[in-house]
Write a protein that binds this ligand. Sequence first.
Ligand SMILES: [Zn+2]
Length: 323
Amino acid sequence: MNFVIREKPLKLLWLEALLRRLHEGDSELRYYSEQFRRLYAGFAGEQRVDREWDEIICPNTFFVLHNIVLENTAKHFHQVDTLFVCKYFILVVEIKNINGRLDFDGATYQCTRTKSDGTVEGFPNAITQIQRHMQFFKTFFKNYSFPIEGAVIFSNPSAIIANHPNTVPIFHVSGLQSHIQHLFTKYTKPVISDEQLTYFVQQIKARHQPQEVLSHIDSSRFRHGVLCPKCHYKKQMLFYRGIWKCVVCHYVSTEIFAEALLDYRLLVSRTITNSQLRAFFGIDSSDAALRLLRKFQFPSTGTTKNRVYHLPDNLIEFMKPFF
Ligand SMILES: [Zn+2]
């Protein structure tokens, strides 16, 4: 078995960084808070399903891939919550973390949610979403006679799955284990070898297109600097002799710089120069800024004077060994 840890989606990290820093009274604070709440609920639901994958007992090698984004021939994207790949079949999973009563109308393709207070609202139809993904994977693996299965999984125990067509299995997360076992009894002949399976997964990973956060917020709308976590990110910490210190609560830290630099990477730019570092983080001395930048051995381009430092994707992990 090979289990890939689910990472927080970039948009969620971006919203976290923004909400830490956005000025109180910003006209869009509520809008971003609501976006964060929805995305976070989705992520929490996916994590709940991940725990089930973790417990699957299976004698065969399988891979579980998360948040895979692939482009089809029409240049449209398929964002797949989870993909279960083994030698016998492929299972495409759409995860929904919503509560209330859910009705799927097979004739109109409409999906509605009825809340406990009786309000009814329309929802994107998870069945048609999964069918679209399944069709895509049929084309993606067209040279192999891979059975492509799909399932919609509800991660919120209080969701009530009401009317639905029998086109794609829909069930609560607690049914995942038995569904997988059922598929292993349905497909008993391997379609590919172990080596091909590994190659397949590599192919999928290579085609994965990490999503970019396209929104840009003017930097005048948020607090700059290394912010004090003990003061709820409201106070800027001062840099003195390699240590960040909060003048309000006297909290000191060196590692806190990694989190703040990640905020910078998410909200401002993936690159930084000595002068940009000084301006954003409130460091007076050019030499002190240079020492700080050199300490982490970021890849850089340009000459000494105009050197541009490139902040890697896995910034926090990258910086850890240097503290
Ligand atoms: Zn403080």
